[in-house]
Design a binder for this molecule. Structure first.
Ligand code: SF4
Length: 358
C-alpha cells in the first residue's frame, strides 16, 4: 500500500502532441504511461494558428503532417510550461519486414533542437533490433519504475490496444474511438450507425485521414453526401497477413514502408474478393510525401485494371474548402451515375434482402 507521502508525491507530467502517430497509437501510449503513474496532457486539436506556427519551423518542402507536429509541440510547451517531459517516440520498425518513413526515425532528434523544449521522453519501437517490451522497460527506467512495473504496464497497454482495434473493426470511426480513450469511456458501439447508398474506402495515413483541420473535415463532407466510409482500421485482420508482391512478373518486390504496405494490402483485397463491397476509393496524400507518391502510382495502375472509381487528393497548408468540396461532389456524382448504370450491387441486394427479412 502506498504511504501518504508517496500518494501525495507529485506525478510526472508528460505532454503528448496531437499529431502524426497520435492518430494511430494514442490508446496504447495513454495506457502505458498512465500505468507508469504519469499525468498526461494533450495539445488541442489542430487549428490555423498551430499550422502557421508549424510552417514557420518546418522548411518549405517538408510534408504538412510534420509541420503540424512542430506546431503541436510548440503549442503544448506554450500552454504547459510546467511539463517534465514531452513524449516523442521513435518508430523505426514494427515488424521484421518493413520500416516507418524516415521522418519517424529521426523525430526525437529534430524536436530536441527546438528552443525551450522540456526533456524528451523517448520510446523506441524497433522490432528488427529488440522487442517492444524492452522499450517499455527503458521507458519505465527513465520514469523511475522497476522492470516488473514496466512489463505489467506494457501488457496492460497491449491488451487495451487490442480491445481498441477489435472495436474499430466493428466499423467505428477512429476519431470516435480516440475520444472514448481520451475520456476513459469503455469502448461501446454507438446506437446510430451511418449508412449510405454508396460506400468508399478512404485511404491514407491516419494523421491525414483523422486530423479534421488539415483535411478540411473531409469525412463529414462525404457523410453529408450520403456516402458510407470505410478506413483501413475497419477492415478484418486477415487482410494484413499476406504481404503484397509489387511486381509478380519480374523481380519479386515487397513494400519497404509499413503504412504503404497496409494501404496496398487493403487495395489488393478490394480488387479481388472484396470487389463488390465498395463503390470507389479515395486516397488522401500529403504534398511532398515520397512514400505516398510512389504507391499512388501502383494504386492507379490497379484501379484501372478493375475499373474501380479512384480519386486522389493532395493536401497541404494551402488546400481550400471550395476546391475540395467541388472534387468530392463531382466524384460522388460520377460514382452514383456509374452505380445506376450497373444496377444493384451484390452488397445492395443483400442489404435489401435483410431489410425485407428474406
Ligand atoms: S510518410 Fe509522408 S506524410 Fe508521413 S511523415 Fe513521411 S513524408 Fe510525411
Amino acid at each position: 500500500m502506498a504511504t501518504s507521502s508517496e500518494s501525495e508525491k507529485k506525478k510526472v507530467k508528460v505532454g503528448i502532441p496531437r499529431a502524426l502517430h497520435f492518430y494511430r497509437y494514442f490508446p496504447f501510449w495513454k495506457k502505458l504511461l498512465e500505468e507508469l503513474d504519469v499525468e498526461l496532457v494533450l495539445s488541442p486539436p489542430t487549428n490555423r494558428q498551430i499550422v502557421e506556427e508549424g510552417v514557420t519551423h518546418g522548411f518549405g518542402e517538408l510534408c504538412i503532417p510534420m509541420k503540424i507536429y512542430y506546431g503541436q509541440v510548440l503549442r503544448l510547451v506554450k500552454d504547459h510550461p510546467d511539463l517534465d517531459y514531452i513524449f516523442v517516440p521513435r518508430y523505426v520498425s514494427e515488424d521484421k519486414e518493413s520500416y516507418f518513413c524516415p521522418k519517424f526515425l529521426s523525430l526525437p532528434d529534430v524536436i530536441k533542437i527546438l528552443d525551450d523544449i522540456p526533456k524528451i521522453l523517448n520510446f523506441e519501437v524497433n522490432v528488427k533490433e529488440f522487442p517492444i517490451a524492452t522499450s517499455a522497460i527503458e521507458l519505465g527506467k527513465e520514469l523511475g519504475k522497476n522492470q516488473a512495473k514496466s512489463l505489467n504496464a506494457y501488457r496492460a497497454a497491449q491488451k487495451y490496444f487490442d480491445e481498441y482495434h477489435e472495436f474499430l473493426r466493428q466499423g467505428v470511426s477512429v476519431n470516435y474511438g480516440l475520444r472514448l480513450a481520451q475520456r476513459n469511456i469503455p469502448f461501446k458501439i454507438p446506437k446510430k450507425k451511418h449508412t449510405g447508398d454508396i460506400r468508399f474506402l478512404l485511404l491514407g495515413h491516419a494523421y491525414n485521414i483523422f486530423d479534421t483541420f488539415i483535411n478540411l473535415d473531409f469525412q463529414k463532407k462525404l457523410l453529408d453526401h450520403g456516402v458510407e466510409i470505410l478506413t483501413i482500421e475497419n477492415l478484418p485482420e486477415f487482410i494484413f497477413k499476406e504481404p503484397v508482391i509489387v511486381n509478380p512478373w519480374g523481380a519479386k518486390l515487397q513494400n519497404y514502408w509499413k503504412h504503404e504496405e497496409e494501404i496496398m494490402q487493403s487495395i489488393r483485397y478490394f480488387l479481388r474478393k472484396g470487389r463488390d463491397e465498395i463503390d470507389g476509393v479515395i486516397f488522401l496524400i500529403s504534398f511532398a510525401c515520397g512514400p505516398d507518391s510512389l504507391i499512388s502510382e501502383l494504386i492507379k495502375r490497379d484501379m484501372k485494371v478493375v475499373g474501380l472509381p479512384f480519386l486522389e487528393i493532395t493536401m497541404d497548408e494551402h488546400s481550400g474548402e471550395a476546391g475540395m468540396l467541388t472534387r468530392i461532389e463531382s466524384f460522388v456524382e460520377m460514382v452514383r451515375r456509374k452505380r445506376k448504370k450497373l444496377g444493384l450491387s451484390p452488397r445492395e441486394k443483400t442489404k435489401i434482402k435483410s431489410a425485407q427479412g428474406v
